[in-house]
Design a protein around this ligand. Sequence first.
Ligand SMILES: NC(=O)c1ccc[n+]([C@@H]2O[C@H](COP(=O)([O-])OP(=O)(O)OC[C@H]3O[C@@H](n4cnc5c(N)ncnc54)[C@H](O)[C@@H]3O)[C@@H](O)[C@H]2O)c1
Length: 320
Amino acid sequence: MTQPGLVGATTVTRAAVLGAGTIGASWTAWFLARGMTVTVWDPRPEAEAYVRRSIADAWPAMARLGMVANASPDAWRFCATAENAVAEAEFVQENAPERLAIKRELYARLDTAMPADTVLASSSSGLIMTEMQAGLRTAARFAIGHPFNPPHLIPLVEVVGGRETSPETVKWCMEFYHHIGKRPIHLRKEAPGHLANRLQAALWREAISAVVSGLASVEDVDTAISAGPGLRWAVMGPHMTFHLGGGEGGITHMLDQFKPAFETWWASMTTPAFTEETCRQLIDGVAAEAHGRSVAELVRDRDALLLPLLELVAKRDREA
Ligand SMILES: NC(=O)c1ccc[n+]([C@@H]2O[C@H](COP(=O)([O-])OP(=O)(O)OC[C@H]3O[C@@H](n4cnc5c(N)ncnc54)[C@H](O)[C@@H]3O)[C@@H](O)[C@H]2O)c1
């Protein structure tokens, strides 16, 4: 295992995007908006047109957030091979399908093809880097940089190294993402699903149980979040929210008062299985809640509220 000096984390001008589906295309738009040139590779030939459309769709939203000053949506090219795409890259964001075998096969090729001082971050939603990097000669420069969909709008990136990732690589990723306007957090150890997806999974487990047990409809479960605690979660996380829930006594009083209640609720929770019937209930429930709106229309409705919210969050962060 070797690790020469890395390129400067705050001076990257050339990024490579490998795998250009939902996440890779969105990352491409973000890197372009931040003034970089981007080389893109995807084995699917139609991916080039998809990336072009995705950049065009993403650009107005990023412009509204003030993120595209001095940037060009055309500063990218589609490459014939992964090796071509990374040949001159100073940073590589990997967005291949969420399959360990695919990532390992790709990394084995990149091990020698990437310039020696270049870091690769994987968008993987929950694979373990230790398993993906095993056997690589340059494993030290491979880390997880997990975004949230769509990466061109949602600030969070989870950074975590595998057993062989060097502390310098993790530090580099934190600096890089911070520099390009993301909100990276450093996870101290590996876990399937990293952190935020585990939090989502915990909530979704209970949301599905509520539907399956007949406690509430799919639509009412969604309203319970979007009209309730979900409104506060964009402002502060669960711990700080409960600190306020304790009134003047804060989290100390909150714990004194609600410890027994939470322990009783936790003890009553169960893990649902994705049976055919459960899946059917969820699919029918979502169809009823969508009231005939297509996914594209729902995305538009979401973004109509998400963009002003992101503008407020960005303003708060600038003034903090
Ligand atoms: N969709 C999400 O909400 C989301 C969010 C965060 C992270 N991720 C992660 O991002 C990665 C990509 O997910 P996605 O949702 O964009 O999937 P996707 O199916 O939309 O795109 C995957 C792309 O990879 C391409 N591909 C196929 N084989 C490949 C290979 N060997 N090397 C490189 N590319 C290859 C496909 O042609 C496709 O365009 C996954 O690791 C996933 O866990 C997804």
